[in-house]
Design a protein around this ligand. Structure first.
Ligand code: FA5
Length: 344
């Protein structure tokens, strides 16, 4: 081994070289390879350390060992400092590159918009408000009484089976099974409105309804209806036909006409099915309607000898489908933005 002064200068040179390699590392990965090299078998410091044993004088060996140790500590500290600096810079760069530029959405005018069915509901409300109606709402979870019984469908009535009903599990053992359900139509709101308002009543009631229907081009298990009732003195079927024709023109446009086909609903007598005719001549069924059955008026607390009324219930999803020429009702619920943006 060289003399102690040569050793001191070799240690100092090893340190200078190490510090300059550390300062020259441009990123954390680069610094890690410098660190591995400095700890490796061929590094100047390792070579110097391996030669310590050759120093005869104990004192000299000890002080050389201390000098190498001090040098190693300086290098280690420098690596720590540089690593912290490089990692902080890399993190800042990553944050900057991953940050969402929200201004992009403002300048591109890509704002959210209401769903096509919500738009149809709002338009329907507007049309009916224009015809002098008020808007009301009812609960989606209903009792058997409002969904069936009060609508002239007692427990054994065969028409109940037409509504593929989803029932809510009884909350307690003393609650009758199948007495609470997801409403199968918006007609229960007729009863609720009659019970809380006094005639004359001109009301529409939009909302979500539920049936165990298999989805296809014109059916969904969860869909929307708008119910309408008029209860006043001297109301006849001619008023119902007039309102439906006025509504068809206002909602779909003047090129559409409507027709009423005889039908059956337990809660209306006579009953009709409401169809509209498109410009191409095709007829599409949109809902049911009729003169309110005296039992229904009574369930709503109204005297059928004094008042008469009509009711209707239209499928909103089908109306949106027809108005916008949508092929398949399911398309409205796949949440495909390319489809939905056409109506924003
Ligand atoms: C009823 O629900 C009656 N409550 C309507 C009514 C109200 C009649 C007041 C008389 C007086 P219906 O089951 O036919 O009737 O449904 C009415 C409309 O809802 C249908 O014409 C259709 O447009 C729509 N509809 C029915 N089932 C579905 C479904 N699964 N998916 C989408 N729309 C549906």
């Amino acid at each position: 081994m060289s003399s102690s002064s040569t050793l001191a200068s070799e240690i100092s040179q090893a340190q200078t070289e190490a510090l300059s390699a550390i300062a020259g590392a441009l990123d954390a990965a680069g610094l890690r390879s410098v660190q591995a090299e400095l700890a490796g078998k061929k590094s100047a410091l390792t070579v110097l350390r391996s030669q310590l044993g050759k120093i005869q004088d104990a004192e000299e060996r000890k002080s050389a060992g201390q000098a190498i140790h001090a040098c190693a500590q300086t290098i280690e500290a420098a690596i720590g400092e540089r690593m912290a600096l490089l990692l902080a810079g890399e993190r800042a760069q990553q944050v900057a590159s991953e940050a969402m530029d929200l201004s992009e959405f403002v300048t591109a005018k890509r704002r959210g918009s209401t769903h096509i069915v919500t738009q149809a509901t709002q338009r329907l409300e507007d049309v009916f408000i224009g015809l002098g109606f008020q808007v009301a709402e009812g609960p989606e979870v209903e009792t058997d009484f409002y969904n069936f019984e009060a609508l002239n469908m007692p427990k054994t009535h065969p028409a109940r089976s037409e509504f593929d009903t989803m029932f809510i599990e009884p909350a307690s053992a003393d609650q009758e099974p199948n007495s609470v359900l997801l409403r199968t139509h918006t007609s229960p709101v007729q009863i609720r409105v009659m019970q809380s308002w006094k005639p004359p009543i001109y009301a529409v009631m939009p909302g979500r309804v539920f049936r165990r229907d298999t989805p296809d081009a014109t059916h969904m298990p969860v869909f929307h209806q708008i119910e309408g009732i008029v209860v006043d003195k001297g109301i006849t079927f001619a008023h119902l036909a007039g309102i439906i024709e006025a509504f068809t023109k206002a909602f779909f446009g003047n090129e559409f006409t409507s027709r009423l086909r005889p039908s059956f609903f337990p809660f209306t007598e006579p009953s009709a099915e409401f169809d509209i005719r498109r410009a191409n001549g095709a007829w599409i069924e949109l809902g049911g309607c009729g003169m309110m059955h005296p039992n229904v008026l009574r369930a709503g607390g109204i005297d059928p000898d004094e008042y008469t009324g009509f009711a209707f219930g239209f499928g909103i999803d089908r109306m949106a489908k027809e108005r916008h020429n949508v092929e398949d009702i399911r398309e409205m619920y796949t949440n495909d933005l390319r489809f939905l943006r056409q109506f924003s």
